[in-house]
Design a binder for this molecule. Structure first.
Ligand SMILES: [Zn+2]
Length: 113
């Protein structure tokens, strides 16, 4: 139930921000998620609808921006997108990879009324 706790914390954060700005209603939430989080978008939306019920975020549009999993090779310095869990450099075959993106998970912005 990774999505449940993630959705709850994103919602908490959005509600906190809305309260700080005296907003009555949240109309949109922009969320950024890296592929390595393994989040299922549909599950996030499903939990959001349940969790946001009867809060100022009820009915808000949830936009999820998925970022690719990118890695760089320590041997040859090439950068590439990680395909599935194939942790081998496509350029030189080395396995000494460094993740440069794909672990993101944050609330980018909210729109309020
Ligand atoms: Zn390489």
């Amino acid at each position: 139930m990774h999505e449940l706790s993630v959705t709850q914390s994103l919602l908490d954060l959005a509600l906190e921000q809305a309260a700080l700005h005296d907003a009555q209603k949240i109309t949109r939430m922009d969320v950024v998620v890296g592929r390595l989080q393994g989040l299922v978008e549909d599950s996030v939306r499903f939990y959001f609808e349940i969790l946001a019920d009867e809060t100022p975020a009820q009915g808000a549009e949830v936009r999820i921006e998925m970022l690719p999993a990118m890695a760089s090779c320590r041997e040859c310095d090439s950068q590439f997108e990680l395909e599935e869990m194939n942790w081998v450099c496509p350029n030189c075959g080395a396995r000494t990879l460094e993740i440069i993106s794909g672990r993101e998970l944050y609330l980018k912005s909210i729109e309020v009324d």
